[in-house]
Design a protein around this ligand. Structure first.
Ligand SMILES: NC(=O)c1ccc[n+]([C@@H]2O[C@H](COP(=O)([O-])OP(=O)(O)OC[C@H]3O[C@@H](n4cnc5c(N)ncnc54)[C@H](OP(=O)(O)O)[C@@H]3O)[C@@H](O)[C@H]2O)c1
Length: 344
């Protein structure tokens, strides 16, 4: 079966300067090899498009090795096992793992870099496993709980609030008895954050002064700032920190396509004055604890106190343009690329 299938793939052709464009990719086709003993063939259904992909395209040291030139682009995804010569997986199993930007993944079932594990599709719709029950949800949960260390009545501010990580951060904060304030781009996103997700307020950074809004909404300062965007917004929040505040350094999407040096926080002395802490986090450090977070968050999802929105773009050929959406604020919720229907 597997030898008759053709696999379409996006490979890294060149390293971008600034925003990744179509010229940074090769769209290739290759025949799939027959499965060897211990191998599985997975048909991709959904791929997670993540801001981190921009970092993986750079040839610079990071928490994970860069994607090599000509290598299939790294991506987490969900697929269906359509052939198996491994006892751990059966045809029809729905799995999640490091599929890459390609229609099929084949290889050893126990490949550590792919890390395939079964998904129980009865728990939630499949896209949720790339969203609130997947890597972004885990980032929100462990970033807030372990680095932010929320206490009841804390004032929690999160940027990128209508995005995959941000929308979960505010809702988890509310579950801890905190007040949740979002920062997002545009009235539609801010409305969603407050009226659908239940944040206490949301600041439209494209229209309003973040500085003035924070002064008004958080007169006693910000106890936790969960930073997804870095740059100017981080610099604006720092002088508003409360005593002993925690800044969770999750991401800095405003800086990822810079062709000039990263804009560092010039207001960092606020950390000194407020005896505050700013700490980076990488979600993969918590991989062994994902099940505890998934259990808790699935429970909140079931009782309607944890919501999420997914923004699904169809077709592997749309990968280059879809990836750009993240850096232009064009995604509304967790951005996902659908390659095939869910039905077998
Ligand atoms: N540390 C970790 O382990 C980890 C894991 C996952 C994600 N992250 C980081 O978390 C952040 C959010 O990721 P996500 O997957 O949840 O993405 P996302 O928020 O779903 O999508 C990106 C959003 O960023 C906002 N944005 C883009 N350019 C911006 C700019 N110049 N200034 C301000 N906002 C901008 C846009 O929203 P608006 O329309 O509101 O501007 C856009 O929709 C990223 O920085 C990512 O790298 C870190």
């Amino acid at each position: 079966m597997s030898t008759t299938l053709t696999n379409q793939q996006f490979r890294l052709a060149s390293r971008p300067a600034g925003m990744p464009t179509a010229t940074n990719w090769h769209f290739t086709s290759s025949a799939l090899p027959a499965l060897a003993e211990g191998e599985i063939l997975v048909k991709t259904i959904y791929l997670s498009l993540d801001p981190a992909m921009r970092g993986w395209m750079n040839d610079t040291p990071s928490y994970i090795r860069p994607v090599a030139i000509d290598e299939v682009m790294r991506a987490i995804g969900i697929g269906r096992v359509i052939a198996s010569r491994a006892p751990a997986f059966e045809v029809g199993d729905i799995v999640a793992g490091g599929i890459g930007v390609q229609q099929y993944w084949s290889g050893p079932a126990n490949d550590k870099s792919a890390g395939f594990h079964k998904i129980d599709a009865r728990v939630a719709p499949l896209p949720k496993f790339l969203s609130v029950l997947g890597m972004p949800g885990m980032t929100a949960y462990f970033g807030l709980m372990e680095v932010g260390k929320p206490k009841p009545a804390d004032m929690v501010v999160v940027s990128g609030a209508a995005g995959a990580v941000g929308m979960a951060v505010g809702q988890i904060a509310r579950h801890q008895g905190c007040r949740a304030i979002g920062i997002a781009g545009g009235p539609q996103k801010c409305n969603f954050v407050v009226h659908e997700l239940g944040f206490d307020a949301c600041i439209d950074y494209k229209k309003d002064s973040v500085r003035d809004a924070l002064k008004h909404i958080c007169p006693n300062g910000v106890d936790i700032y969960f930073d997804n965007v870095g740059g100017e917004i981080l610099d604006t929040v720092l002088p508003r920190l409360a005593l002993h505040a925690r800044v969770v350094l999750c991401g800095a999407i405003s800086q990822y396509n810079n062709t000039t040096p990263v804009q560092g926080p010039s207001n960092y002395l606020s950390l000194l004055v407020k005896r505050a802490r700013m700490e980076g986090m990488v979600v993969f450090d918590y991989a062994e604890r994902y099940p505890e977070a998934v259990k808790e968050m699935a429970r909140w999802m079931k009782n309607g106190t944890l919501k999420s929105r997914e923004d699904i773009v169809e077709g592997i050929e749309n990968f280059p343009q879809a990836l750009q959406m993240l850096f232009e604020g064009k995604n509304f919720g967790k951005l996902i690329l659908q390659l095939a229907p869910e039905e077998a």
